[in-house]
Design a protein around this ligand. Structure first.
Ligand code: ACO
Length: 401
């Protein structure tokens, strides 16, 4: 499609498609998704192979620049990111101003936006070089913000981690390092987090990614476009589902573990309750990421020697849903968030941080989509509407209303 030829063609018929269920907003060469067959590929590579064979930073490079990096390219990318793995001291003051009760997603969105003020050269970026510099900056700084939102909430002193560590190892260190002792890296946790981040890294034009693209389409800077995406991800129908799943599983456990009762609630059209972690706008088959995560959850829990009754409840719900005509007819299968919270919990990550971890994983996808949109010189995103309000009415003065 010649995007340029489409420009200015605003005289056509307006299609009404609430929720954009059948509307393509762009062309994209980043992520292929077949919801009927349950296929997900990043730049042509299957999610199964990437989750097994690649690491998160390689996948980030692949998504953003289109090819798997050579060792030399990967080393340079990592070194450039490390050189920006620091934030201005005043960011700490902004963090301090938040109450402890603040949700980490709100804090993360605000701090990501605030980074703009301290990195003015990352705002008006046009050339590929300027884009690259903004990208390595945010990849360096974002994990610090993620770790700090958690440390702040738990009253832990802020930590910068160590530049000698791998990207994901350093994230764990920054999150969990105790001020009085060394943090002992656990390969099981590094591997599990790496896999989770890869699985969340991109998912074509979902709610938060579309938000990033449309915000960036006004040529607002990368960091504020990402902050908009973080806000969109926060909602329980999107990234917030991983927190909601765990809270739901806890509530079922507290209530005696009666999964059938909650299945009935989910099917009752007079009850607003939905089975969190089930259903997807695009997948009408198993979410391939859920399959990988389910296996990983079993492995992580058994490797760590954790017995979690929540996992049994999750398995029970899944089994019942797969046999229930309501779920079968509507093609409601477990999605990526159904099992991810169980792994995060086993890793010692607090529940209110789950969606923040999703944002950390999605960061390269948002960046890749923003970069693609800018390089293709896409026009500003501006949907139309069908007006359903009053026709012309003469103004009524206040005493006559
Ligand atoms: N529990 C019970 N019923 C459900 C569920 C659910 N989790 N999800 C969908 N349904 C029902 C709807 O009530 C509707 O039934 P109806 O046809 O009788 O009216 C039908 O299935 C279709 O649902 P929609 O809401 O129209 O589907 P939509 O594509 O708009 O929504 C969504 C998809 C938001 C993911 C939805 O399935 C949902 O709310 N799931 C729970 C939240 C969740 O897990 N979100 C994470 C999504 S994945 C991600 O963002 C990473």
């Amino acid at each position: 499609i010649d995007i340029k030829a489409l420009r200015g063609s605003t005289k056509g018929v307006i299609t009404l498609d609430p929720g954009y269920k059948n509307t393509g907003s762009c062309e994209s060469a980043i992520t292929f998704l077949d919801g009927e067959k349950g296929i997900l590929r990043y730049r042509g590579y299957s999610i199964e192979e990437l989750a097994e064979k690649a690491d998160f930073l390689e996948v980030a490079y692949l998504l953003i620049f289109g090819e798997l990096p050579t060792q030399e390219q990967l080393d340079k990318f990592h070194a450039d990111i490390k050189s920006h793995s620091v934030v201005d001291d005043d960011i700490k003051k902004i963090l301090d101003a938040f109450p402890k009760s603040a949700h980490p997603m709100g804090v993360l969105a605000s701090l990501t936006s605030a980074l703009t003020a301290f990195n003015p050269t990352s705002v008006n970026v046009d050339s590929e070089e300027e884009m690259y510099n903004a990208i390595v900056r945010i990849l360096g700084k974002f994990p610090i913000l993620v770790a700090w939102t958690m440390r702040k909430k738990h009253g832990m002193p802020l930590d910068y981690g160590s530049s000698s560590l791998g990207y994901v190892e350093n994230i764990l260190q920054m999150m969990f390092k105790n001020p009085t002792s060394d943090y002992e890296q656990n390969p099981i946790l590094i591997n599990a987090l790496d896999k989770l981040l890869i699985l969340h890294a991109d998912h074509e034009q979902n709610c938060s990614t579309s938000t990033v693209r449309i915000t960036g389409s006004s040529h607002a800077g990368l960091f504020v476009s990402l902050a908009a995406g973080i806000s969109a991800l926060w909602g329980p129908l999107h990234g917030g589902a991983n927190q909601a799943v765990l809270e739901m599983l806890e509530a079922i456990k507290e209530d005696g573990g009666d999964t059938k009762k909650y299945m009935a609630k989910a099917k009752d059209k007079n009850d607003p309750f939905r089975l969190m972690g089930f259903g997807h706008r695009v997948y009408k088959n198993f979410d391939p990421r859920a399959k990988i995560i389910k296996v990983a959850a079993n492995e992580v829990l058994s490797d760590l020697g954790v017995e979690d009754p929540i996992l049994d409840i999750a398995r029970g719900l899944e089994k019942e849903a797969l046999e229930d005509p309501y779920f079968v007819d509507r093609k409601l299968y477990p999605n990526v968030d159904f099992y991810s919270g169980i792994i995060y919990r086993a890793m010692g990550i607090p529940v209110e941080m789950f969606t923040v971890m999703f944002a950390l994983g999605r960061l390269p996808g948002w960046i890749a989509q923003w970069r693609e949109m800018r390089l293709r010189k896409e026009p500003i995103g501006r949907p139309r509407q069908l007006y359903t309000g009053e026709t012309y009415r003469p103004f009524k003065s206040i005493e006559k209303r």
